[in-house]
Design a protein around this ligand. Sequence first.
Ligand SMILES: C[S@@+](CC[C@H](N)C(=O)[O-])C[C@H]1O[C@@H](n2cnc3c(N)ncnc32)[C@H](O)[C@@H]1O
Length: 266
Amino acid sequence: MHRTFVTGLLPWIDAPRLLGPGGWSFEGRTARAELVTHAAADLAARLHNVAIGGSPITVEFVPPLPRPAVRAARTTDARRRRETSIGFSRPGVRLDAEGKVSLTPEALALELGKRFGGRKVVDAGCGAGGNAIGFARAGCTVVAVEQDASRLADARHNARIYGVERSIEFVRGDALDVATRRADPEAVLFLDPPWGVDWARMGVSVADLPLLETVLRTELRARYAALVVKLPPSFRVAEIDGGRPEAVYGVGKGDERRVKFLLVTR
Ligand SMILES: C[S@@+](CC[C@H](N)C(=O)[O-])C[C@H]1O[C@@H](n2cnc3c(N)ncnc32)[C@H](O)[C@@H]1O
């Protein structure tokens, strides 16, 4: 058995889900448990170089883990990552490289849409339509804005495949301009800014996400019912004044204990 200490757990991250079984006890930002070697090594592999909400997670074991167990757990973890949440499940969808890497998994997009209960959503930077389609499937009316014409065409095509193209108005243009022109105090402004190639590193900040930085600098939030931003797991949430953060986990076998993204509502 290994006495296991995990630190850096912010209160809103749903730590039991992140850590998994183990009879954890929690005190502030620290969790403790006694784990058998393979469970401890599995945890170490999953939480290697992970930061959530700007807080690096550290894991310590007493006694330390044997190296072969750590190596085996890393291999298993890499294999597990292949069974992550499905992007679009329907055949015939179109995605360019950027649309594919930035696509919100279908089940998570639908779940998010259900929260907005049929409201109007302005999706400022819709990519290939992952979120816009999720909103529309949940009964929302959507204004989907995208600056890249070809990606916007993909989003329209994908919406057709999901039978929701009539609930989405596709607008080619600058997200900020359109969100300003179409501001509505009853509507939700949804922003999934490009995360950049380096998003997996620790502690992404507002300065790394120009579209978010611009939206936060404007008075746009005041002209909507809410601003909801989708962000990389490590994003420093404290940088969004008055933002309510939430960790969203995967639904696939390979990512059910992995934070896929953060949502910050303001
Ligand atoms: C992270 S992706 C959105 C992914 C989408 N939520 C999904 O699940 O499919 C961000 C998109 O915003 C677009 N974008 C970035 N800046 C923009 C701007 N100023 N105006 C319009 N679109 C913008 C990018 O071209 C990119 O397709």
